[in-house]
Design a protein. Structure first.
Length: 103
């Protein structure tokens, strides 16, 4: 009974992560410029991968491997937004202009 509940919870996390990764990938294809594409890329890094990895850790059970996965999730939460911010700041400093819709 408990094994079935753990299975269901882990697969909900895995499918949730796959959903965020898929929508982030779709957003990368649909957005018009560099600055707009940073948002779906950040969502994929900051939301999709950690949720997917959480599902994998739950599926694996409590072990050293799960502890490593949780450290990886913490690393992703810290570095994803920082990298997105650094990329956008570098683009602004290099003179890249945001896309404007023509009227």
């Amino acid at each position: 009974m408990i094994d079935q509940a753990i299975n269901i919870i882990s697969w909900v996390f895995i499918y949730g992560g796959v959903f965020f990764i898929f929508t982030g990938s779709l957003g990368l294809l649909r957005m018009p410029d560099f600055f707009s594409r940073l948002h779906p890329a950040g969502i994929t890094d900051s939301m999709g991968a950690p949720v997917l990895l959480t599902g994998l850790a739950i599926q694996n059970g409590w072990s050293l491997f799960s502890g490593k996965i949780f450290l990886l999730i913490l690393f992703l939460f810290l570095t994803g937004p920082t990298a997105t911010n650094a990329l956008s700041k570098a683009a602004v400093l290099s003179g890249l202009k945001p896309w404007k819709k023509e009227k």
